[in-house]
Design a binder for this molecule. Structure first.
Ligand code: GTP
Ligand code: MG
Length: 697
């Protein structure tokens, strides 16, 4: 492939609510630029970026995928991200690799929960963005209504630079509000179009928006403002230059229109990515740390090599593929670099570009580009790679804690044997997926960000690693804590024949402020217990606290103060003190008003007025607590906190209440005490699972 200087590269991520058309838009771009020879479709399962078996089967994006194209002497790296909430962690991680976002909004549904979430992410990383209102060919598509909803959520700085010509089945082209021209597209999905005059019925509206655009651009630049005052207008060059500045400074977010399905309106967006979105060198300084202190590096070819590994793909055939964004300098294949996150050296293999799953050899990788390498031994997602000797480290990528767990059972012994290798490969690629054995119940537990996520992990186990498992009903990760204080003794004494065992501890237990996990305080004075036994006592408590006394769940949010005890010169040992500590813990826990905690989720629902009553009633029945309600146009936003245990079947319920006209987002918020009347049910379940023994045994 041709060699592209950093100013000829654009890195953009396609983000948006699930199913808004991100993958389809990327497909049209690839086709229009000649990167693919035909227009691929999500529904045909042949797109470049939804290439995994799971994606093809479900027709949704599950992983961020990279593709690239060459257009007007530029190389565009397009990162197609998932929109479904279970996979937004990957979207967020991918945003670290790009310089701008293309926010895709459905022209029928308008702004949805996922649109808001990805907007927040773009804000978090300070990324300039353009907005594309897609699906304008669909029944009930309405650009003006969609624009209205964009304004309600993101303000009026979301400014149209295009208007659609026709809508629904009459959608045939776009009006360019900068050059005041219309482009009418052939109806054969070829993307070919003809320049025409703006149709008379939208001429007045186009003039109005052109003027509004000019004014808003001029407002952000004094020189342009003066010119605008003087002449009453700006030349299209001035308008374009000013617009680019406003976009890069995130003062304006231009709105485009398209139908990805019919390949209408997509070339002008390609042009705009080059014209208006920043190239890598325009990022300025990339923030990081050196030896614990704030430090940065200029995004420049002249600086030493630095890159961030933003994604890892675990391919059963090729092995591990690490995708990196080069932030400075350049790098050749097969050299040794420093992994500053892990403080180790790493030898690179060959370098290649990814076109979906296809690997295209790359000679050298330069500042600003996205490039992949295979078989790194020690590097994982989020690590910084640097020229040897450099100490620069980019901030690590934070991933959410899994919010739902299921027990799985391997179907056969052979499946069981293969599982640990598969587990390793899966978590390498997906840091939010966990497969662990519950030490209390001995069950294998699989955890993820939602039911769909967990189903996909089990799918992967089967298809990629030949591990067949039965997925059991979901599990709630309860915890236990104490509400009161206790002061107890734990004494372990065995002094019959030979060398005996002797350990004796006195501890106090008390609750910690919310959110704190555990603290151990040693307040032994005057050698009541020799210092060398203290670590064993702490260890004894740490081990014992993995299992609470109510239903056998891990314990949190309390403090243990070791304040007295006694020992025996001959019989005392580490193990004796460990046992004494665990006895004290159990007793102390029982006497300190123990209780069960459950995870509470933040839930946000978008819907229409009509369904509000039913939804609120339903949430009430789920022990939900309303946090707030907002109105944006005819959209109602409900925010509530609901116990996870009550939310497991919420998705189908919402669909049935709203007939599909509702969307929701859910994430873990915090732990709260389970009401007492529900304890017995949880205890019974725990007995059934073998987590605790029945009462009296
Ligand atoms: N009518 C119409 N359908 C579209 C358009 N764009 C996408 N679709 C359809 O909408 C569905 C979802 O499209 P995708 O491209 O997979 O959407 P996405 O945003 O990538 O979805 P996720 O990655 O799962 O979040 C598919 O059935 C597409 O064929 C469009 O412009 N018009
Ligand atoms: Mg997609």
């Amino acid at each position: 492939m041709k060699d592209y200087a950093p100013d000829k590269i654009r890195n953009v991520a396609f983000v948006g609510h699930g199913s808004s058309g991100k993958t389809s838009l990327v497909s049209t771009f690839l086709f229009n630029s000649g990167a693919t020879s035909r227009l691929t479709k999500v529904d045909k399962g042949n797109t470049v970026t939804d290439y995994s078996e799971e994606e093809i089967e479900r027709k949704i994006s599950i992983n961020s995928a990279i593709s690239f194209l060459e257009w007007k002497e530029h190389k565009l790296n397009l990162v197609d991200t998932p929109g479904y909430s279970n996979f937004l962690w990957d979207t967020r991680a991918s945003l670290r690799a790009v310089d701008a976002g293309v926010l895709v909004v459905c022209g029928v549904a308008g702004v949805e929960v996922g649109t808001e979430k990805v907007w927040e992410m773009l804000e978090e990383f300070g990324l300039p963005r353009i907005i594309v209102v897609n699906k304008l060919d669909r029944e009930n598509a309405d650009f003006r209504r969609t624009l209205e909803s964009i304004h309600q959520f993101f303000g009026r700085s979301a400014i149209p630079v295009q208007l659609p010509v026709g809508e629904e089945k009459n959608f045939s082209g776009v009006v360019d509000l900068i050059n005041k021209k219309a482009y009418i597209f052939e109806k054969n999905e070829s993307g070919k179009n003809k320049e025409e005059e703006i149709p008379s019925e939208i001429k007045a509206e186009a003039d109005k928006y052109h003027e509004e655009l000019t004014e808003m651009v001029a407002e952000n630049d004094e020189t342009l403002m003066e010119k605008y005052f003087e002449k009453g207008e700006l030349s299209s060059e001035e308008l374009k230059d000013g617009l680019k500045k406003s976009i890069i400074n995130r003062q304006l977010f231009p709105v485009f229109v398209s139908s990805a399905l019919l390949n209408i309106g997509t070339q002008p967006i390609l042009d705009s990515i080059i014209d208006f979105l920043p190239y890598p060198l325009e990022r300025g300084e990339i923030k990081g740390k050196k030896e614990g202190k704030e430090a940065g590096i200029k995004s420049s070819l002249d600086e030493p090599f630095s890159a961030l590994v933003f994604k890892t793909i675990s391919d059963p055939y090729t092995g591990r593929i690490s995708l990196m964004r080069v932030f400075s300098g350049k790098i050749n294949p097969d050299v040794t670099v420093s992994n500053t996150t892990k403080d180790t050296d790493e030898k690179l293999g060959g370098l290649f570009y990814l076109q979906g799953k296809e690997q295209i050899p790359a000679g050298q990788a330069k500042c600003g580009d996205l490039v992949a390498t295979a078989k790194l031994k020690k590097t994982s997602t989020g690590d910084t790679l640097c020229q040897k000797g450099s100490a620069l480290e980019f901030p690590v990528i934070k991933f959410p804690e899994p919010s739902i767990s299921f027990a799985i059972e391997p179907k056969t012994r052979a499946d069981e044997d293969r599982i640990s290798q598969a587990t390793h490969r899966i978590s390498e690629e997906d840091p939010t997926a966990r497969i662990e054995r519950d030490s209390e119940t001995n069950e294998l537990i699989i955890s993820g960000n939602g039911q769909l996520h967990v189903e996909i992990i089990t799918d992967r186990l089967k298809k990629r690693y030949d591990v067949d498992v039965i997925l059991k009903p979901p599990k709630i990760p309860y915890k236990e804590t104490i509400k009161g204080k206790s002061d107890v003794q734990g004494k372990y004494k065995k002094q019959t024949g030979g060398r005996g065992q002797y350990g004796d501890v006195l501890i106090k237990m008390e609750p910690l402020p919310k959110g704190k996990d555990f603290e151990f305080q040693d307040k032994i004075f005057g050698g009541a217990i020799p210092k060398n036994y203290i670590p064993s006592i702490e260890k004894g408590i740490q081990e014992a606290r993995k299992k609470g006394v109510v239903a056998g769940y891990p314990t949190v949010n309390f403090k243990v103060i070791l304040y007295d005890g006694s020992y025996h010169d001959v019989d005392s040992s580490d193990i004796a003190f460990k046992i004494a500590a665990s006895m004290a813990f159990k007793k102390g826990m029982k006497e300190a008003r123990p209780t069960i905690l459950e995870p509470i989720m933040n839930v946000e629902i978008h819907t229409q007025e009509t369904y509000m009553g039913d939804i609120m009633g339903n949430l009430n029945g789920r022990r939900g607590k309303m946090q707030g309600m907002e109105q944006k146009g005819n959209l109602r936003i409900i925010k509530a906190q609901v116990p996870m245990a009550e939310m497991l079947d919420f998705e189908p319920t919402l669909t049935s209440i709203t007939g599909g006209r509702g969307s929701f987002f859910m994430e873990f918020s915090h732990y709260e005490e389970v009401p007492t009347h529900l304890h017995q049910k949880i205890i019974n379940e725990a007995v059934k699972e073998g987590r605790i023994k029945p009462e009296g045994e």
